[in-house]
Design a binder for this molecule. Structure first.
Ligand code: MG
Length: 220
């Protein structure tokens, strides 16, 4: 992985990535396909910044997993940190938006769920967080009125409507800021819709939010 991969560009600004927060089970149909449901509060986990992969870099699958899944997600970059950010103020803390993949070693995650161990390895391995380029916050009038898709080898696999999120972007920012604090350069992967599935060597993956964001990745 290149040394500069933990710095992102948003417009003319460069932002050093700090923490990478991820939200599990934020779309009901995905929670159901995993045999789960959505609780009253967000379910948040972390990836190390070494998980990030920028568009143009190959996706390298770990050799200790037999089943790595794609999870297409809207990603929020925080431009201004804070604690106890109010929901009404939350979107004012956003610097930009991207699309990303929360790559998941599903077999390893299944064992972790069974044994009660953390998801860190299943979710946070090197290369587990591919990212598109970012658009500045002003390019998105309302983050709950976006649609994006993931195609695998030309076949539509996931189609998200962000209005279907159980916890919207502003709510997530407020919640995370109250529990962890947020700082400039933090990223939030906001959860995946239904349609997750395996990727294998040679796959072509395309993330697209029409007219806004587009990224293509090749699995090594
Ligand atoms: Mg996810």
């Amino acid at each position: 992985m290149s040394a500069g991969s933990s710095t992102i560009r948003i417009g003319s600004d460069a932002l050093r990535v700090a923490n990478v927060f991820c939200v599990g089970r934020n779309y009901l149909a995905h929670a159901q396909e995993m045999g789960s449901t959505i609780g009253p509060e967000p379910m948040v986990f972390l990836k190390p910044s070494s998980a990030l992969v920028m568009e143009g870099e190959p996706l390298v699958l770990p050799d200790w997993s037999r089943e790595v899944h794609h999870e297409a997600e809207l990603v929020v970059a925080i431009g201004r940190g804070g604690r106890n950010i109010a929901v009404a103020e939350a979107l004012g803390h956003v610097a930009g938006y991207a699309l990303g993949l929360d790559l998941t070693a599903r077999d390893v995650q299944a064992v972790a769920k069974k044994t009660g161990n953390p998801w860190t390895l299943a979710k946070g391995f090197a290369g587990s967080a591919p990212l598109s380029a970012f658009v500045p916050v002003g390019a998105v009038a309302d983050p709950q009125r976006l649609e994006f898709t993931l195609h695998r080898n030309g076949e539509l696999k996931q189609h998200a409507r962000t209005q279907d999120m159980a916890f919207g972007v502003a709510t997530l920012i407020a919640w995370i800021s109250a529990r962890f604090g947020l700082q400039e350069g933090d990223l939030i992967f906001t959860g995946t819709p239904e349609g997750v599935g395996p990727i294998v060597s040679g796959d072509a993956l395309v993330l697209d939010a029409p007219g806004l964001l587009h990224a293509e990745f090749r699995v090594a």
